[in-house]
Write a protein that binds this ligand. Structure first.
Ligand SMILES: Cc1ncc(COP(=O)(O)O)c(C=O)c1O
Ligand SMILES: N[C@H](C=O)CCC(=O)O
Length: 425
């Protein structure tokens, strides 16, 4: 038995499914997950000393590659002073200043410990501000695992065939109106059917959790205008896309000003973090200023702040977005060329350092078209890539991520492995 197999056997006895987050399981692609003992740059080192080129990047945060020396040094420096204070600390102020400087729509920001907390709190705030109960979300968007949002959810919920989680009271679910993405008419109908009742629309503006899906031109502008017309707040969930696709996220790329934004992943530099922020008049409703309660024992944790500040400062210095897009295009073009040569229908939506390989003959533009892609063939492809030393997300419905550390040998080697895997399908 390999070390990973032996660890997985032990894990299965004690941890549900052997994993601490369902997306790490290999149930939809076959086989069992490998265990990682170290990660540097673009490379994971498994418990069995295999080196893998990693396109999961810890599900998004590792935009500078794993274990970046600047981030490591920032954590080590912060560690000298203590791990948690339970009081305000200077790094929280620095982090807030950085976030506000990257995202002009954010006037005030509250730190929390995960993307789930960020979206859950932003929705409570929207309900408190508008004094309305219902929310609109879109099928296939994943906003973490709070009750209101695990309805027609993407990510692991979709991967493992469970987009509507058990354990959510019907009365809660009734407050969430679920609509198809990329369908302006459905959105108008959703508002019309619930007059004066919608507190907010929450959206992954570029979806990363049904695989990577971009909106049609003008769609997000329509969503913004509809929210304004109906007095609902617009929440951009940029936990995944924030700082990844542009300094100021999708809202910068699309020139849209949401009322609230949720963030996570990159702003923790690899440590647990989340944040939500937006217009000051809305944010001022949060306790202790206002009646909407939100809290966290470890919120603004000095180690997470130090790691996140270092990650954001690096982005500011390097402005790596054009380089990352070139890497994304190199990967996409290699896969498309191999698929063309083989006569295989493949779609590779890609923007900057996010991409997905769908085995589909039509462009994927929403939940339904994503489900039409061939997930069995994706599993075969995933296994062939892994055998060749490349780790893609173990799901047909997740985005892959590229880091600056992939530049050069890693991306070239990955293109060869992916092309060969297509050829051998
Ligand atoms: C868009 C989006 N929102 C929210 C979340 C929840 O974040 P977390 O896993 O940190 O709770 C995720 C990822 O999990 C995400 O991709
Ligand atoms: N797709 C998920 C969020 O981005 C992956 C993270 C997780 O749920 O473990």
């Amino acid at each position: 038995m390999s070390s990973s197999e032996s660890l997985f056997t032990r894990a299965l006895q004690l941890i549900p499914g052997g994993v601490n987050s369902p997306v790490r399981a290999f149930r939809s692609v076959g086989g069992s997950p490998f265990f990682v003992k170290a990660a540097h740059g673009a490379t994971l080192v498994t418990a069995d000393d295999r080196e893998l080129i990693d396109f999961v990047c810890t599900w998004g945060p590792a935009i500078h590659g794993h274990n970046h020396p600047r981030i490591k040094a920032a954590i080590a420096h912060a560690l000298e002073h203590g791990t948690s204070f339970g009081t305000p600390n200077p790094s929280e102020v620095e982090m807030a200043e950085l976030i506000v400087s990257f995202f002009p729509s954010i006037q005030k920001v509250r730190m929390c410990n995960s993307g789930t907390e960020a979206t859950m709190s932003a929705i409570r705030l929207a309900r408190g501000f508008t004094k309305r109960d219902k929310i609109i979300k879109f099928s296939g968007c994943y906003h973490g695992h709070s009750d209101s949002l695990l309805i027609k959810a993407g990510s692991g919920a979709l991967t493992h065939g469970n987009p509507d989680s058990a354990g959510i009271p019907a009365a809660f679910a009734a407050q969430t109106v679920v609509l198809p993405f990329n369908d302006p008419t459905a959105l108008d109908a959703g508002f019309a059917a619930n007059p004066g009742q919608i507190a907010c629309v929450i959206i992954e503006p570029y979806i990363g959790n049904t695989g990577f899906i971009q909106p049609d031109p003008g769609y997000l502008q329509h969503v913004r205008a509809a929210c304004t017309a109906h007095g609902a707040l617009l929440i951009f969930d940029e936990v995944m896309t924030g700082f990844r696709l542009a300094r100021g996220g999708v809202q910068e790329l699309e020139n849209i000003v949401p009322d609230l934004t949720t963030l996570g992943k990159i702003i923790g530099g690899g440590l647990p973090v989340g944040a939500f922020g937006g217009r000051a008049d809305i944010m001022n409703l949060i306790a202790p200023l206002g009646p909407v309660y939100q809290a966290g024992t470890l919120s603004g944790n000095p180690l997470a702040m130090a790691a996140g500040i270092a990650a954001l400062q690096l982005l500011d210095e390097l402005n790596p977005y054009a380089r990352l897009d070139a890497l994304g295009r190199q990967l996409r073009d290699a896969v498309l060329a191999a698929a063309r040569a083989k006569g295989l229908p493949v779609q590779v939506p890609q923007c900057g350092s996010m991409f997905t390989i769908f085995f589909a003959d039509q462009p994927v533009r929403d939940y339904d078209t994503a489900l039409r892609a061939d997930a069995t063939r994706f599993g075969q492809f995933f296994r062939a890539c892994l055998a060749g030393g490349v780790y893609l997300p173990p799901s047909a419905y997740e985005a892959g991520f590229i880091s600056t550390a992939h530049e050069g040998a890693a991306i070239d080697r990955a293109c060869t492995v992916l092309s060969r895997a297509i050829k051998e399908l």
